[in-house]
Write a protein that binds this ligand. Structure first.
Ligand SMILES: *[C@@H]1O[C@H](CO)[C@@H](O)[C@H](O)[C@H]1NC(C)=O
Ligand SMILES: *[C@@H]1O[C@H](CO)[C@@H](O)[C@H](O)[C@H]1NC(C)=O
Ligand SMILES: *[C@@H]1O[C@H](CO)[C@@H](O)[C@H](O)[C@H]1NC(C)=O
Ligand SMILES: *[C@@H]1O[C@H](CO)[C@@H](O)[C@H](O)[C@H]1NC(C)=O
Ligand SMILES: *[C@@H]1O[C@H](CO)[C@@H](O)[C@H](O)[C@H]1NC(C)=O
Ligand SMILES: *[C@@H]1O[C@H](CO)[C@@H](O)[C@H](O)[C@H]1NC(C)=O
Ligand SMILES: *[C@@H]1O[C@H](CO)[C@@H](O)[C@H](O)[C@H]1NC(C)=O
Ligand SMILES: *[C@@H]1O[C@H](CO)[C@@H](O)[C@H](O)[C@H]1NC(C)=O
Length: 509
């Protein structure tokens, strides 16, 4: 590196002159100036990764030869010239291992390099694996690993002292292994699919057919959608979002926080999540974190634009025959000054109609155009009248029956025969026209002239009253009026009348 050699020569020039002057020693030292041997080599594994942070003190050099060996078998894993800047007196470089660092011991040494010249090697530092003789355990490493779906990951099996590996398997698939040391073997596992609830087992068997294993959890980094905050009680915010399945559960499941406040865990496998925050922040950041990553979503809004009312409670009714007043109670007193629009879905005889009403703090509505003596079922939900956001929850279903009242007047006509007889006929009242339990009909024959009258009561299933004109003669000579009323427990309907002509033109005898 020409630039660095110029600086170093100008820096060391006076020193060199001084040396020359003092010692009158050899004049060729400048060209062979020894590169400093790296010192204070130190290693530290970075938690949760397969990375080893290597640092040392190495003078002003910026290129080094790095040598990493598997300690036991003296196999080179890494040997390269690397360029490492000098930062506050230290060189620091991070190496990523193909295997978990616990699999086998690694020996690391470094030397400074300047073109063709190299320093002596530093002292060797060893990063100890779990395969050292003092650790006789038969085990698979790492334990309980979380990996992204599709990624490959390396596991190793450390057999007991004096044992050999028989096989490593994922499910029933035998995996290809590489020997790392006397006791350690590694294998690459590719998880093409998300793992089951309890993960997938990587099983190692030694030559004594003893088994041990580890669990691999293949899933996805967190992903949330539809993050939105609203208020139910006009004070605090309830934020909702949907979780896209990560296939990671339990302690590996996604943790959520909003505006740096941790959201308590919702019921484990609900995909719809929610979290309540005191007060209305106006803007929110949802941070979703799992072992594979992080995902953020934001939302912001004014409180008055995000009101989704709770359900109306304790419905009651003041009923009349033709109308009903429905009353309910709001759980939150803050609603009393809030303009609401409410929808009432009224069902009777299997037919539903919706009616809307609005008002400040609405807690009653009058339903008119009802039918007497009729069963009704209704539900109510409300929203903000201004800046409508979403309908609130429906109330519980509420049923009531309207009051009974006098029946409708029946539809009446006349049926005449050729033999001076006839019938007053009416259309039987339907249940809806009866307005209560029908007691019967009353038919009254009345002459207009002499004010004589004759009344017949008939049962509710009768719909005709016969008459014989010959007998009618006793009622007078003028017209006869037949009127019919329907009666129920509330009383009589208005009368419906027909006129009976006394001389029937079609009469033959
Ligand atoms: C590394 O992880 C282990 C166990 O997971 C823990 O005990 C240790 O404190 C961690 N070290 C650092 C530096 O985070
Ligand atoms: C390790 O291998 C290197 C060459 O890669 C050799 O120089 C050295 O002597 C070997 N050491 C042992 C202990 O076998
Ligand atoms: C609103 O609801 C939250 C949580 O449900 C509660 O902590 C808060 O006290 C409520 N505020 C009012 C005014 O009701
Ligand atoms: C929040 O989610 C839980 C289930 O995880 C559910 O029981 C609850 O009703 C939800 N709360 C709201 C306000 O949506
Ligand atoms: C998500 O938000 C948090 C906190 O606001 C922040 O620290 C983090 O960097 C963000 N992450 C991403 C991926 O944007
Ligand atoms: C409801 O009906 C009752 C009795 O029929 C009547 O007195 C009342 O005025 C009616 N109310 C409304 C709001 O129509
Ligand atoms: C009444 O409202 C409900 C819910 O919004 C809807 O499903 C239904 O179709 C509406 N019915 C009528 C008759 O408008
Ligand atoms: C009608 O009344 C007359 C006189 O009483 C009687 O002769 C006649 O038979 C009656 N007709 C019928 C169909 O009963």
């Amino acid at each position: 590196m020409p630039s660095s050699s110029i600086t170093s020569s100008s820096n060391s020039y006076s020193l060199w002159l001084f040396c020359l002057f003092l010692c009158c020693s050899a004049t060729h030292t400048h060209a062979n100036e020894a590169l400093l041997v790296p010192k204070q080599l130190s290693l530290s594994a970075i938690n949760g990764t397969q990375q080893l942070s290597i640092s040392w003190v190495g003078g002003t050099a910026t290129t080094f030869d790095m040598l990493i060996l598997r300690t036991e078998l003296n196999e080179t894993v890494f040997y390269k010239t690397i360029s490492v800047p000098l930062i506050s007196g230290w060189h620091q470089w991070t190496w990523t291992s193909a295997e978990p660092l616990e699999c086998t011991s690694l020996s690391i040494k470094v030397r400074a390099r300047d073109g063709q010249r190299a320093s002596e090697w530093s002292n060797t530092q060893i990063h100890q694996g779990y395969d050292i003789p003092s650790n006789p355990k038969f085990q698979v490493l790492p334990q309980d690993k979380v990996v992204p779906v599709g990624a490959s990951s390396t596991f190793c099996c450390i057999v007991g002292e004096g044992k050999l590996l028989r096989s490593m398997k994922l499910h029933r698939d035998v995996l290809k292994t590489t020997r790392l040391s006397r006791r350690a073997y590694s294998t690459v596992v590719v998880n093409k699919r998300p793992s089951d609830h309890s993960g997938n087992n990587v099983v190692c068997q030694d030559d004594q057919k003893t088994l041990t294993g580890s669990v691999i959890f293949a899933g996805y980094p967190p992903l949330s959608t539809d993050f939105v905050c609203e208020t139910r009680n006009l004070t605090s915010a309830v934020c909702h979002w949907n979780e896209v399945d990560t296939y990671l559960y339990g302690k590996r499941a996604t943790d959520y926080s909003i505006n740096e406040r941790i959201c308590p865990e919702n019921t484990q496998e609900e995909k719809q999540k929610n979290c309540t925050l005191d007060g209305w922040a106006g803007s929110w950041t949802l941070v979703a974190v799992n072992p594979l990553g992080q995902h953020n979503l934001t939302d912001s809004a004014e409180l008055s634009h995000r009101v989704r009312p709770v359900k109306p409670n304790d419905l009651s009714a003041v009923v009349h025959a033709w109308n009903a007043t429905i009353l309910w109670v709001w759980e939150h007193s803050s609603y009393s000054s809030f303009p609401l629009v409410c929808e009432v879905a009224v069902t009777s005889r299997g037919y539903t109609t919706n009616r809307t009403f609005s008002g400040v703090g609405l807690q009653s509505v009058v339903l008119s155009d009802m039918h007497p003596n009729e069963e009704y079922t209704l539900q109510i939900r409300c929203g903000a009248q201004k800046n409508f956001w979403k309908w609130g929850d429906w109330s519980e279903e509420f049923s009531f029956k309207t009051r009974t009242t006098v029946p409708d007047a029946p539809d009446v006509w006349l049926w005449m025969n050729r033999d001076n007889t006839g019938q007053v006929v009416w259309k039987p009242l339907t249940q809806r026209q009866s307005h209560g339990r029908l007691k019967g009909y009353q038919v009254t024959f009345q002459s207009s002239e002499e004010n004589l009258q004759h009344t017949v009561n008939v049962s509710p299933d009768t719909s005709a009253a016969p008459f014989n004109l010959s007998h009618m003669a006793t009622l007078g000579s003028g017209k006869i009026q037949a009127s019919v009323i329907a009666e129920n427990e509330d009383g009589a309907s208005a009368p419906s009348a027909v006129l009976i002509p006394l001389r029937w033109t079609g009469m033959s005898s």
